[in-house]
Design a protein around this ligand. Structure first.
Ligand SMILES: [Zn+2]
Length: 239
């Protein structure tokens, strides 16, 4: 019985390790997806900033084009100055020129404002692009790490599955059956160690006499509370 219990204990450890590996495997694609999403959000933000700058540049060019046209108008009006005959005509022309000049200076002011805005955005954008480059690098490294872990996991997985096969053949079928039933009902744990008179599966005390028997590891004893098969691992040591 002692051998059987030891084999079963090893089988349990393998099953728990396979279980956590398979949970990890399910988690990896989700982690990668999350990393990709973060990256996308950031690049979308950068793209929006670029579009905004482009729009402002367009506006600036439009305003500058308009300003040039208005300056031409002033030149033409000034040219007409020599042809005026009356003082009234002269005054009218003068006030027309003044009006355009005022409007132009307002437009110049607006152009400067747009340019300031563009400068600010560009500064912000370049900072973001630098941060983005760092983020992308970090994300890529993270993804590589995940892939490495998965590849390592595959090798360990294969090893453990093989070992599991061997163990399953060495353990009596009745015991295996019991173990499998318990495992299914008890969150993947069919055999459990006892420490300080406590079942490590349900953390309920086992009677002292039973504890003494469990420490011998030579009979099938089950926790009176959770029904799991009890195993003595040794004093305080976990391995
Ligand atoms: Zn228990």
């Amino acid at each position: 019985m002692r051998d059987q219990l030891e084999l079963l204990w090893e089988l349990q450890k393998i099953d728990l390790s396979l279980k956590s590996m398979s949970e990890e495997r399910d988690r990896y694609p989700k982690e990668v997806k999350k990393l990709d999403e973060n990256q996308n959000i950031e690049s979308e933000r950068i793209q929006k900033d670029r579009e905004k700058i482009e729009l402002l540049e367009k506006e600036r060019r439009r305003k500058e084009g308009h300003l040039n046209m208005e300056q031409e108008k002033i030149k033409r009006a000034e040219g007409r100055m020599f042809d005026v005959k009356t003082n009234k005509e002269y005054q009218a022309l003068l006030s027309e020129i003044e009006g355009i000049k005022e409007a132009n200076s307002r437009e110049e002011e607006e152009i400067l404002q747009v340019m300031d805005e563009i400068d600010e955005l560009k500064k912000d954008l370049s900072k973001r692009e630098k941060e983005m480059a760092i983020t992308v690098e970090r994300i890529e490294a993270e993804k590589r790490k995940i892939q490495e872990r998965m590849a390592q996991g595959d090798a360990v997985w294969k090893q453990q599955v093989e070992r599991r096969e061997v163990l399953s053949k060495q353990i009596e079928s009745k015991l295996i059956k019991l173990y499998n039933t318990l495992k299914e009902k008890r969150q993947g744990v069919g055999v459990v160690s006892v420490k300080q008179e406590t079942c490590q599966g349900c953390f309920v005390h086992v009677p002292p006499q039973m504890f003494i028997e469990v420490q011998k590891n030579n009979s099938l004893i089950r926790c009176p509370n959770c029904n799991r098969i009890l195993y003595w691992e040794g004093d305080g040591k976990t391995s």
